[in-house]
Design a protein around this ligand. Structure first.
Ligand SMILES: [Zn+2]
Length: 397
């Protein structure tokens, strides 16, 4: 891909090749060479090395053109990574392969005001169960990723007001050498969409990815930059009404308090846990009477209003929305445009701003963190398994 950094060290070169495979889901050698900007001879040497370490495999499948290669290169299904998410009022643990196939999931209820000591207890219990499962099968986790709402490079978190130094020390101790990366939930969501469904993703090129789920947050996606360099955009905590609805961050009138899945579940009269259970079909399964539809359109309007304000501060020409708004009838997307039109400088103009939607996979936690873990594994070139816990403890958000 043009614009991508030129590989340097052995680790970087391996990382570029592996990331290309993670993104494509499998490719023939000439394409990998082109994508990684390497010669076919270099690719051949690297693939031999990666195959000997059981990080990649080659499946006999002729390329769809005469004289082409006869083997498709894919990531090995024998590398296990762990995704851990604190989202949707639950702590979810999952183990899967680099292709996102999950073999193990455990979800435990977690309070929205989870104290750090409660988190540590819950995490310890879930980890013990997961460790029993892996020990029984002789599986070793090569990388783990934990996603938390509100997490940033700063040592503060408005959603979970924990001591981040203590969090990192706790995780390093209990994970006993398994490399771990911590990230913001919305960055894990961006990883999920980048690596799980590239064919379905509506946009190529830089854009704002806006996630509207249990939380509401965005991230500016730079197509040629590594995901761990992205910065979260706490759009959900833009105050849009003074003394308005209470938000979990402690303020009142935040956009999230009006447009999150929790806010929507109140309007439709279905518990959020049931919405998570139903997944992306929950709106289709509803009888959207006029009153409910009008209320939901009002919330879409507010989303557009907040989005327009955000874009005045950080202009982009393209926005991709993932969340319940993506599942609404297309005609109702106009309500977002009306909101945008009232706040975006110069008004909404489809020639200047492209708005696209992608299905969110509601209730799939910890799938997003699992993809982030897969990303971190390939980004390390698959060389980190022997790293010391402290050195390996990433802080990617
Ligand atoms: Zn808030």
């Amino acid at each position: 891909m043009s614009g991508r950094f030129a590989p340097r060290s052995r680790r970087e070169t391996r990382a570029v090749v592996l990331e290309s495979l993670l993104r494509s889901g499998g490719a023939f050698r000439p394409l990998i060479a082109k994508d990684a900007q390497l010669t076919e001879a270099s690719i051949s040497r690297i693939l031999t090395e990666l195959r000997s370490e059981d990080i990649i495999e080659e499946i006999r499948r002729p390329a769809p053109y005469v004289g082409g290669p006869t083997a498709l290169v894919t990531l090995s299904k024998n590398i296990a990574v762990a995704g851990i998410e604190l989202s949707n009022d639950r702590l979810s643990f999952g183990i899967g392969d680099l292709g996102g196939i999950i073999d193990y999931v455990e979800r435990m209820p977690a309070s929205p005001q989870l104290k750090q000591s409660e988190f540590e207890r819950l995490f310890g219990n879930c980890l013990a169960t997961m460790t029993q499962w892996t020990a029984k099968r002789g599986i070793s986790i090569r990388h783990a990723a934990l996603s938390i709402p509100g997490y940033s490079r700063a040592n503060t978190n408005p959603i979970f007001t924990w001591d981040m130094k203590r969090l990192r020390a706790f995780l390093a101790e209990v994970l006993e050498g398994v490399p771990l990366s911590i990230t913001n939930s919305v960055i894990a969501q961006a990883a999920f969409h980048r690596y799980s469904s590239t064919a379905a993703y509506p946009i190529e090129g830089d854009h704002l990815f806006l996630f509207v789920g249990h939380g509401v947050a965005g991230v500016v996606v730079n197509e040629t930059a590594p995901i761990d360099t992205f910065s979260p955009f706490e759009l959900g905590h833009m105050v849009i009404e003074r003394n308005g609805h209470a938000c979990r961050c402690g303020h009142k009138g935040c956009l999230e308090a009006y447009t999150s899945l929790k806010a929507v579940s109140k309007i439709i009269g279905i518990a959020e846990s049931e919405v998570l259970h139903q997944g992306d079909g929950f709106i289709e399964a509803l009888d959207l009477g006029d009153d409910i539809r009008t209320s939901l359109r009002e919330r879409l309007f507010l989303l557009g209003l907040g989005l327009g304000n955000a874009l005045n501060l950080h202009p982009v020409s393209s926005v991709v929305i993932s969340g319940w708004p993506s599942l609404m009838p297309v005609a109702d997307h106009d309500a977002i445009l009306e909101g945008l039109d009232e706040s975006l400088l110069g008004g909404f103009d489809q020639d200047r701003l492209k708005l696209s939607f992608i299905a969110p996979s509601i209730g799939n936690d910890p799938q997003a963190a699992l993809y982030y873990a897969a990303y971190c594994f390939v980004r390390s070139g698959g060389l980190e398994a022997k790293a010391e816990p402290q050195a390996a403890l990433g802080e990617n958000a």
